[in-house]
Ligand binder design. Structure first.
Ligand SMILES: Nc1ncnc2c1ncn2[C@@H]1O[C@H](COP(=O)(O)OP(=O)(O)OP(=O)(O)O)[C@@H](O)[C@H]1O
Ligand SMILES: [Mg+2]
Length: 504
């Protein structure tokens, strides 16, 4: 990973990093608040040794002796014997071991100086213990160094050269240091968790990755929009929004998938439920119809049909009614909106959707729709839980795979592709849904003038006309008058890529 990858992790998972930082600061606050204030007072003790002789050599030997003694005395300073003397001097109601634990001794390097620090929750008592330690220690040294039976001054003496001062600021806690450390540790811990999640995250988050896994072109990316659950038909409700533009891009890209062999019947599926298939197929049907294609949307998800809900239509009569022979196709088809495209609802939900979709009747129904329309879009269930989409794919020209950003794992995408491959269903392309809105498209709203359905249609036709042939077929609904208002502008999909007459 390069440096910018690490920064990207922090930016993408900033909430975890921020949580770590806050947890660190709060932890430090808890420590500062709960730990008792401790004060430290310190005495400095000077060790001197006399060898009993005069001259420079003797002075040098004395100094060496002092330095050697300093090391042993450092241990003695924290001994129970000194601590017991301190308890006696101060009349403390504490065991000697506890007082010894309050004293810390250190030898100043390359000197004959010792320091004894006393820690206590009371500044005065810390000072008293430090001073008493100094006195107890000097007394103990003179006793230890006194030659027994010889009435001479001891060879080594210890003197307090700097009595303890009354401490005014506590040594712990130190709020600034504690908060700084807490924040730093929290930040590092938060970032580590973010990094770990990034490494363990196997979901697909880029179109490049999607392409690598499917080996199919990405036709478009639809941004996540919290408004979609309430208003799924973005291209209709907000035609000038970046999401609507993304659907128009999908339409354009769809037309260029295989110019030699235009695909008319397309099953829209995904690996898992709730990836945005139905929302995508409804919006695609609208944009394709607005580009003057004769479109029929088939609600072929016979398990959780939602397309008719999103489109505000009735789902009671549809595919299953036609397949059972109870309702003729013409009666089951419903026009959407101002007759821009037709919808074949699911009809009553059958107990055996897979068998029904694999039936010869279904293939016959699809063949009929293929004849009547330029584009047949089938909203299918997901591939991993059920076989319906793969079964449908075998009687269609190909499949479009919808993948939800940050939800579908690489493994699930691969399994879905394998499911299509196994039954030789061509994967025409992918649509990435619910991707975070990076704002990269935000200029579009500014750039584009508010569009009406009509301006949308005109603009689209200008694009489509580049690859469209002049001829157009009569719509089946033109004959029965249902689509008469739009037929004049319709361009058949199969005529588009070749035989271009740009002057027509
Ligand atoms: N771009 C989007 N931004 C935000 N929410 C979305 C978007 N697209 C779809 N949704 C929401 O996600 C949910 C699932 O969408 P949809 O029904 O289209 O998925 P599906 O793949 O067809 O699900 P199922 O597998 O159940 O048929 C719905 O609540 C829908 O409103
Ligand atoms: Mg659906």
């Amino acid at each position: 990973m390069a440096l910018h990858d690490y920064l990207r992790v922090a930016r993408k998972r900033w909430r975890i990093v921020l949580f770590g930082l806050l947890a660190g600061v709060l932890g430090a606050a808890a420590i500062v608040w709960s730990s008792p204030r401790e004060y430290s007072a310190q005495v400095t003790i000077y060790i001197s040794a006399q060898t009993g002789a005069d001259g420079a050599a003797a002075a040098y030997q004395g100094s060496l002796l002092s330095e050697q003694k300093v090391k042993s005395y450092t241990r003695l300073l924290t001994s129970n014997r000194v601590a017991q003397d301190v308890v006696t001097q101060l009349g403390l109601d504490l065991p000697a071991e506890q007082v010894a634990g309050k004293i810390q001794a250190a030898a100043l390097p390359d000197t004959v100086l010792l320091t004894a620090s006393a820690l206590d929750t009371s500044p005065q008592r810390a000072k008293d213990i430090a001073d008493a330690t100094g006195n107890a220690f000097t007394r103990m040294v003179s006793q230890l160094e006194q030659q027994p039976g010889v009435n001479l001054p001891s060879a080594v003496t210890a003197r307090v050269v700097e009595p303890a001062a009354l401490p005014t600021t506590p040594t712990s806690p130190r709020p600034m240091l504690d908060f700084g450390l807490g924040a730093l540790l929290g930040l590092v811990a938060g970032y580590c968790v973010a990094l770990l999640r990034q490494v363990l995250d196997t979901t697909v988050k880029s179109t490049e990755e999607l392409h690598r896994l499917t080996m199919a072109p990405n036709l478009g990316t639809i941004a996540h929009d919290p408004d979609v659950p309430k208003h799924p038909l973005t291209v209709h409700d907000r035609p000038q929004s970046p999401r609507a533009e993304a659907f128009r891009k999908i339409r354009t890209n769809l037309q260029f998938i295989d110019v030699d062999q235009p695909r008319k019947t397309i099953v829209i599926t995904s690996a898992l439920p709730e990836e945005g298939k139905t929302t995508t197929v409804c919006n695609m049907a609208i944009v394709l119809a607005r580009a003057a294609h004769r479109v029929v949307l088939v609600e072929s998800d016979l398990r959780r049909p939602r397309a008719t809900d999103y489109l505000g239509l009735e789902g009671g009569v549809g595919v299953t009614s036609v397949l059972s022979g109870r309702v003729p196709l013409d009666k089951a088809l419903q026009p959407w909106g101002k007759s821009t495209f037709d919808v074949l609802a699911s009809g009553p939900i059958p107990p055996n959707p897979s068998e029904l979709l694999a039936s010869r009747h279904m293939a016959g129904l699809l063949a009929e729709l293929r004849d009547r329309y330029d584009m047949v879009l089938l909203d299918a269930p997901p591939l991993l839980p059920v076989t319906d989409a793969a079964v449908l794919g075998t009687i269609c020209d190909g499949a479009l795979l919808v993948a939800r950003y940050g939800k579908t794992s690489k493994h699930q995408i691969k399994t879905a592709v394998t499911a299509l491959d196994t039954v030789s269903v061509p994967l025409l392309g992918t649509v990435f849904t619910m991707a975070p809105d990076s704002g990269s498209n935000s200029y579009y709203e500014y750039y584009s003038a508010p569009q009406t359905e009509e301006t949308d249609l005109t603009a689209t036709m200008a694009v489509d006309a580049v690859s469209a042939a002049p001829a157009h077929r009569a719509s089946p609904h033109h004959e029965n008058g249902r689509h008469g208002d739009q037929v004049a502008g319709r361009l058949p999909v199969e005529a588009m890529p070749h035989g271009v007459d740009r002057h027509a």
